[in-house]
Design a protein around this ligand. Structure first.
Ligand code: AMP
Length: 282
């Protein structure tokens, strides 16, 4: 497995693979790889000849008060994990390689970035769509793999790909969870033992919502209130948002008809965790 740090080298690697008629998958990540990331890479390997994963802690998607400086970085451990699932190359550029002096161009998706994480993390999705556009331009993959863990991100990137006629097929991989239900995340390692067990309220509250829908509840305000009450009962949980929107349009609704995205963000100490579930009225 190659570790490639420059855009020029990445382009050379990709064009050699193309000349051999190989299909190319891209799995964008920020590293500190866990089973959630590896699930994306395994799917990618099953569908394409060559898998490239990017490991880049992208500064433009972090707000000024966020965890950019302390975000976990472990290239040696990541390389071992990625090569173990058949990744062919890691793209690991420096910040200066991606954003040289006088960098001035950004990609911005309107409307669906105005809610959920877009509301609580201003500028976040502008950073995501910018770096993903750059990665698509550098790698020119046939397919790109993203996790449903970041449900809004998937919708924003899908909107961007359609609006800007990008020639890439998106593949979405279900959320990978720990045995006790906590969605895997690079940020879980920030949690203290007490916060780690308190964080179970996320998946528990989502399961409760799913059960309510299964039992016939269709009133979105009631479902939301039940979720809020489970989370606020946990003293270590600091609720940022719980929202239910029609899916995939992300429009407000009062009654559940067809599909809805229940998404939440909760802080435990300084650690911000997100989770979500698609609710389906059968
Ligand atoms: P990140 O490194 O957190 O930016 O995540 C890179 C990619 O992995 C994104 O497409 C995420 O949605 C995906 N991902 C992260 N955690 C999980 C998980 N628990 N299950 C599935 N995909 C995930």
């Amino acid at each position: 497995m190659r570790v490639i740090e420059t855009i020029q080298e990445m382009r050379t690697f990709v064009s050699a693979a193309r000349k051999q008629g190989k299909s190319i998958a891209l799995v964008p990540t920020m590293g500190a790889l866990h089973e959630g990331h590896l699930a994306l890479m395994r799917c990618a390997k099953a569908q394409c000849d060559i898998v490239i994963t990017s490991i880049f802690v992208n500064p433009t998607q972090f707000g000024p008060q966020e965890d950019l400086a302390c975000y976990p970085r472990d290239l040696a451990g990541d390389s071992e994990k990625a090569s173990g699932v058949g990744v062919d190359a890691i793209f690991h550029p420096t910040v200066a390689e991606m954003y040289p002096n006088r960098y001035a161009s950004y990609v911005y998706v309107e409307e669906i970035t105005d809610k959920l994480c877009g509301l609580s993390r201003p500028g976040h999705f502008r950073g995501v769509t910018t770096v993903v556009s750059k990665l698509f331009n550098i790698v020119q993959p046939d397919k790109a793999f993203f996790g449903q863990k970041d449900a809004q991100q998937v919708l924003v990137i899908d909107q961007m790909v359609r609006d800007l006629n990008m020639n890439v097929q998106l593949e979405i991989v279900p959320i990978v969870r720990e045995d006790d239900g906590l969605a895997m995340s690079s940020r879980n390692r920030y949690l203290s033992t007490e916060e780690r067990s308190a964080a179970l309220v996320l998946s528990q509250s989502l399961s409760l919502a799913e059960r309510l829908v299964h039992e016939g509840e269709r009133d979105i305000a009631k479902i939301r209130a039940a979720v809020v009450s489970v989370i606020t009962e946990q003293p270590l949980a600091n609720l940022e948002y719980v929202e239910i929107y029609s899916y995939p349009e992300l429009e407000s609704a009062s009654t559940l008809s067809k599909k809805a995205l229940l998404a939440l963000a909760v802080r435990f100490g300084t650690t911000r965790l997100i989770d979500n579930i698609i609710l389906e009225a059968s």
